[in-house]
Write a protein that binds this ligand. Structure first.
Ligand code: SAM
Length: 432
């Protein structure tokens, strides 16, 4: 396909996502099925263009003066496809599979800069109604934090210490430009591709099949490490989902002690069995999904309860940019209520002297710091253990600064830490 046809195809897919509310991966898959002639390079380029347009939707629309699939596909095309503005203009030539030629305003928009004083939600590419939350979390850095969440993300891998070492994984993935992650001692990073380049499918590698690594953002790795699992502990992963954090905990515990993995939803939990097997994790007991009574019957026996809570996922917008424009104001109180519920269940299962580690992949203070403050009001027998005191022994090196300026809880962000947006609070239950 020529560049003009790729841009037109991206506009068609964006229409499906923005106007018919289809998730981006499903809309791209549908387009692929309906256009079987398109090669893998075409599909990858169209996917890259669609994702880049969604990542930077607000700033691209402001430059073009229109928030339409056509305007977004055209405006994202230079950076996403590695073309000049002139090449994009020439590609939209009105021929059979290309877009109609550009208007003067569109041509100007392709090379326009955002004016000084552009509002933070436009410069930072996030929904306007979230501006108060971003400003509360990041103050004058709201636009910068948003812009970093609108960039492409690298692929991060967590080395499975049960089967491999960082050195071994780095060597196996040398040809992809793999490097050690800056903060997580068990992490390996493969950089985000430039232009129309496609991210490598690392889960197809033999090393993955052998259980040497799992794909996991460095922020998620740090959250699991900071939680403080250790050999011979009794650990509960209360929102285990597909087991990303369970596997990280197992790697630290070296097949000693016991991890219980629970999730309210059996469909979310289903992939965990295959993943545990591949990783060689033998100290994990997967509990009956949704059986809260059986879970609570375990009683307050856990040294560590990890609550990787359901949240808006605002910290993962680099990877799921369509979710950024789908999230609604009404979703926040819904997620907050779920978080309260899992935190309260987790508190009841944490033994005196044990830790309830609260984690979200969000940057919104309502789901993070506010949630912790409310928890402490409901549970006078818990207090926050500052992440700074736990960091050295659990992660190593000097603790970073939290992106929201907090001293005791940690907000990781792509702008400050080059990770996804993750929030971590360590809630210690007092000894009786
Ligand atoms: C952020 S995801 C977990 C991701 C997972 N820990 C990982 O690292 O791969 C949140 C999970 O919480 C689960 N969940 C939601 N409400 C829950 C509840 N009341 N009790 C337990 N799990 C719940 C969801 O089904 C979802 O799988």
């Amino acid at each position: 396909m020529r560049a003009g046809a790729r841009i037109a195809a991206a506009a068609e897919v964006l229409d499906d996502i923005l106007n018919r509310h289809r998730p981006a991966p499903a809309a791209l898959a549908d387009w692929g099925k309906a256009h079987r002639f398109a090669g893998s390079g075409d599909r990858a380029a169209i996917g890259t263009l669609v994702f880049d347009a969604l990542r930077r939707r607000a700033s691209l629309a402001a430059r073009m003066g229109a928030d339409t699939p056509r305007a977004l596909a055209l405006a994202a095309a230079p950076r996403a496809l590695g073309l000049t503005a002139e090449q994009v203009t020439a590609a939209a030539d009105g021929s059979e599979h290309a877009l109609a030629p550009l208007s003067d305003a569109e041509r100007a928009g392709l090379s326009a800069e955002l004016p000084a004083g552009t509002p933070a939600h436009i410069a930072g590419d996030f929904p306007e109604w979230l501006l108060p939350s971003f400003e509360r979390a990041f103050g004058p850095a709201a636009a910068e934090e948003g812009a970093a969440l609108a960039a492409r993300a690298p692929v991060d891998l967590r080395v499975n210490a049960l089967k491999a070492t960082q050195e071994k994984v780095l060597k196996a993935l040398e040809r992809y430009g793999a490097t050690p992650t800056a903060l997580a001692p068990t992490g390996v990073r493969v950089p985000a591709p430039e232009g129309a380049g496609k991210a490598p499918h690392l889960e197809a590698e033999t090393a993955h099949g052998k259980g040497w690594f799992e794909v996991q953002d460095e922020g998620s790795q740090l959250a699991a490490l900071l939680a403080g699992a250790g050999p011979r502990m009794q650990v509960l992963d209360l929102c285990a989902g597909a087991g990303g954090k369970t596997l990280a905990l197992a790697s630290v515990m070296q097949n000693t002690g016991q991890i219980y993995a629970y999730d309210a939803d059996k469909k979310q939990l289903r992939p965990i069995f295959e993943r545990l097997k591949r990783a060689g994790a033998r100290n994990v007991q997967v509990l009956d999904a949704g059986n809260l009574a059986a879970l609570q019957a375990l009683g307050p026996r856990f040294d560590l309860v990890l609550v990787d809570a359901p949240c808006t996922g605002s910290g993962t917008w680099r990877r799921k940019p369509d979710a950024k424009w789908r999230v609604k104001a009404s979703n926040i109180p819904e997620r907050i209520a779920e978080q309260v519920s899992v935190l309260d269940v987790g508190a009841g299962l944490t033994k005196p002297g044990g830790t309830l580690a609260y984690v979200t992949c969000s940057v919104l203070p309502e789901e993070n710091r506010d949630q912790v403050a409310d928890f402490l009001k409901r549970h006078a027998d818990f207090s926050v253990e500052p992440f700074t005191t736990a960091w050295g022994a659990r992660v190593g090196g000097e603790p970073p600064r939290s992106a929201d300026g907090a001293e005791d809880t940690l907000q990781l962000t792509p702008a400050r830490h080059a990770t996804d947006g993750f929030f971590i609070a360590l809630l210690r239950r007092h000894q009786q």
